[in-house]
Design a protein around this ligand. Structure first.
Ligand code: NAD
Length: 799
């Protein structure tokens, strides 16, 4: 019987070990972080009189790694304070403590001998029931554990995290020959549910799934480039966003990974495969070997395929490597019909098709690379993974491709592309030809919202865990109750409906507001409660300020007033719905997006939620109830009629005044945007399910609607305190005159206007203050400039 995982030990505190320890700390699992004892004290330690006997010296590596976690960007920790959950130690003094943990993860250097020796030491303290895993990128799990006892091997497997562990969704689990299958299933569930990862089960083959296909893809791209004479920037123009892949494309990726590391990873396959053609594909091209020999390793050595230099006037410029001369030169931005068409096309499917059908040399490059990667992937089904779905997921989650290889193949037309491949003399795997001969035209099929994929010559249903609700699939099953261009109400079943935003960037405009009102009516009459969630890239980037700016520029003040009133009234209706409402935001949730969550009974946010009232950035203050809700919370939390509200309202003033955005869901709690009763989930795919369960729990417990409440405010005295703070910031040059003007209005609203301290005011009174301040700011030319800048440049302007 294996124990639940409550404590862990991570051995190796390098890039990955410290990142994994941070992620365990993120989800509340305390962990021991061990590394080797340094050979001698550093000069600094000696100067302090510390010897090699001192714990500060002996634990130096792990302790330094923990300290570094707090400074790393992007942050590996959801909240800096979580670093306290990691205890540093060393392998000589603290290894016996691994007997006390439930999961031991080996994350030391990628060297079979080192890993084998470490596993032997681990086994001597290991207790049955504790799972042991290795984070190797490609060493065989069976080889690594070959000398260990049978009981140990049953509890041992690979857990391959991708870098950085907090942010990369993919986790490959690699069972060994003897690993207990029940334990594999338990670890899969744990890594999905608790760590929030996307898990694929890989076979114990060199570099597992994502790095096997990914490395192959990078190598064929390099070979095509060298053979056909494309430039670095031409290849990147094709292999990045033009085909639904990250901006880092091929060469930025290689520069980031480090060319030496990449060669090491490729060599691992080269040394382990027998097939001649495959071996040849993994033989790294001469140019790469040459660059490694010159020490041009990419970003870490200052130059690789790209080099950043200071150009004229101190402006930095990125040069690219000319492979013919091995010299760096200014980049030449490639342009062509196919690249242009791909840019305009929407989504990876259409983009890839546009690239391929353009009929120019970029179309040829796309086809030549894709063809090889698709054929290679098809040839590896059964060898590196059991299914095409696992391969597709690994590439999407591990390399951030929008489409996996088999999805790409379907997108470009399976039958047509196989004909072309055969005409060009390629060998197409037999199973693919048989599949087509059976009359099939794609690897995947969607039937009434249910997805199937080809598995051993038959369509098999994609395993849909109940925790993962797909709105797209519900829509395909005709579960839309109501909808317009900006939002829809979808029946989640069991009496719960989901209000989904789907406007461009999920910005809130009139259509979304109309749908919120209609949904409130619909849920009031026909449902138990409502979830507010969507599965767009971001939950909501705020209210759509385009119309607002136009009306303000035309000085149509009644129209502006109408827009704000509509927003306020709609949020008010949502709050007053007599049924439970749970909002489930993810990623960017800004301005009006936050205000759309505030009326809910509970917020269940993704850990990756960047949440903030950022209106100040466009020269405004929150006027959709954001200020009012915050003032209400302060009044509720400081409930004793004599207690001092000022320190709490000051904090709100600072948060909104500085347009603070959380770096995680947990950070949103720290900033006070989320309430202590709100929840944060590591797995974003589970948000809608958990929100639905929360609605059902509230409904079952006998839901009590949120009642109208008076708000105790700090009044004129408190307003003066806040304004004084802002004036101080202006005088010391931190903020501009216009910032000060906005801050004064914000202070006026949060204080409840010019009333005596402790006055009780209504919610509507606070909304009126918000609206007046907002309207007056709309008339300010500098506010209009800020709005204009945001709309055209997508960034805040400081003026
Ligand atoms: P790293 O070099 O940053 O860290 C390796 C750690 O191992 C260091 O802290 C070092 O002190 C320790 N170490 C060295 N020799 C040791 C020994 N004899 N006994 C015990 N500890 C020893 O490396 P990393 O990038 O964190 O990689 C660690 C593991 O994770 C490797 O197996 C690597 O292949 C794998 N991995 C790395 C990445 C990545 O992107 N860096 C991604 C996935 C997996």
């Amino acid at each position: 019987m294996n124990k639940p995982i409550r404590k862990a030990a991570v051995i190796g505190s390098g890039i990955m070990g410290s990142g994994i320890a941070a992620h365990l700390a993120n989800v509340g699992i305390p962990c021991l972080l061990l590394d080797v004892v340094p050979k001698e004290p550093s000069a600094e330690e000696s100067a302090k009189g510390l010897t090699l006997e001192h714990p500060a010296v002996r634990n130096r590596l792990a302790a330094a790694a923990i300290a570094k976690l707090k400074k790393t960007n992007p942050a590996p920790l959801y909240d800096e304070a979580f670093a306290d959950r990691i205890t540093p130690g060393n392998l000589e003094d603290h290894l016996p403590q691994i007997a006390e943990v439930d999961w031991i993860i080996e994350v030391v250097v990628e060297n079979l001998q080192v890993k084998k020796e470490l596993l032997a030491k681990i086994e001597s303290f290991w207790k049955p029931g504790t799972v042991v895993t290795s984070n190797t990128s490609g060493i065989s799990i069976n080889e690594m554990s070959a000398d260990r006892g049978e009981a140990f091997r049953k509890s041992f497997m690979g857990t391959h995290f991708f870098n950085p562990p907090r942010y990369m969704k993919l986790l490959e689990i690699i069972p060994g020959r003897d690993t207990d299958p029940t334990l594999v299933n338990r670890m899969k569930a744990f890594c999905e549910n608790v760590l929030g990862k996307g898990v694929v089960i890989a076979k114990d083959t060199p570099n597992f799934i994502a790095n096997r296909i990914g490395t192959y893809g990078l190598l064929v791209t390099l070979q095509e480039m060298v053979e056909k004479g494309y430039s670095v920037e031409e290849v990147d123009a094709v292999t990045g966003p033009a085909m639904g892949r990250p901006k880092s494309a091929t060469f930025r990726t290689l520069d980031l990974v480090g060319l030496d590391t990449f060669v090491h990873v490729a060599d691992n396959v080269y040394g382990s495969v027998a097939d001649g053609a495959e071996k040849a594909a993994f033989d790294t091209p001469a140019v790469l070997k040459d660059m490694v020999a010159r020490g041009w390793l990419g970003e870490k050595s200052g130059q690789g395929f790209y080099r950043k230099v200071k150009g004229e006037g101190g402006k930095s410029e990125i040069l690219s490597l000319d492979l013919a001369s091995m010299e760096y030169r200014p980049q030449k931005k490639p342009s062509s019909g196919s690249l242009e068409a791909a840019k305009l096309a929407k989504g990876a499917r259409e983009k890839t098709k546009a690239l391929l059908t353009g009929g120019d040399r970029f179309s040829d490059l796309t086809w030549d690379i894709l063809k090889k990667v698709l054929l290679y992937s098809a040839g590896k089904v059964g060898e590196i993974a059991d299914s095409i779905e696992e391969i597709d997921n690994a590439m999407k989650w591990g390399f951030n491709w929008e489409l996996g290889p088999f999805e790409t193949w379907d997108a470009i037309g399976l039958v047509r592309s196989v004909e072309r491949m055969e005409k060009e003399g390629e060998t197409v795997p037999l199973w693919v030809k048989d599949w087509i001969t059976q009359g099939n035209t794609s690897f995947y099929r969607v039937d009434n919202g249910i997805r199937f994929y080809v598995d051993e010559g038959k369509y098999k249903q994609v395993d849909q865990r109940p925790e993962v609700i797909s709105l797209r699939s519900l829509k395909e099953q005709n579960r839309v109750v109501k909808g317009n261009g900006g939002a829809s109400l979808i029946d989640l079943g069991d009496g719960v409906a989901c209000l989904e935003f789907h406007s461009p960037n999920n910005a809130i405009g009139a259509d979304i507001l109309t749908m919120i009102s209609q949904s409130v009516e619909e849920v009031r009459n026909n449902f138990e409660g409502m979830v507010v969630a969507n599965q767009g890239r971001n939950f909501c980037v705020g209210a759509n300020i385009m119309l607002l700016l136009m009306e303000a520029q035309d000085e149509e003040w009644d129209e502006v007033d109408g827009i704000i009133r509509l927003f306020q009234n709609t949020m008010y209706k949502l709050k007053r719905l007599e049924k439970p409402v749970v909002a489930a935001p993810h990623r960017m949730t800004l301005g009006g997006g936050v205000e759309a969550c505030m009326p809910a009974d509970q917020v269940i946010a993704s850990a990756e939620t960047y949440y903030g009232l950022v209106e100040v950035g466009v020269g405004l203050i929150p006027a959709g109830g954001g200020c009012k809700e915050f003032a209400l919370r302060v009044s509720q939390n400081v409930s004793h009629p004599e207690a001092d509200l000022q320190p709490f309202i000051n904090q709100v003033f600072e948060t909104i005044g500085m347009a603070k955005v959380s770096t995680s869901g947990h950070d949103a709690k720290r900033l006070g945007y989320l309430k202590p009763t709100d929840r944060v989930l590591a797995n974003q795919d589970h948000l809608i399910y958990e929100a639905k369960q929360a609605v059902l729990r509230m409904a079952k417990a006998g839901y009590e609607p949120i009642r109208e409440e008076k708000i105790r405010v700090v009044g004129s005295e408190g307003k003066a305190v806040m304004q004084l703070g802002a004036i101080g910031m202006r005088e010391s040059g931190y903020i501009s005159d216009h910032d000060l003007k906005i801050a004064k209005k914000l202070a006026h609203v949060l204080a409840g206007g010019d009333v005596p301290a402790g006055t009780l005011v209504t919610e509507q009174y606070m909304l009126d203050l918000e609206r007046e301040a907002f309207l007056s700011l709309c008339g300010e030319p500098k506010t209009q400039q800020r709005m204009q800048h945001m709309l055209t440049k997508g960034k805040a302007l400081r003026n």
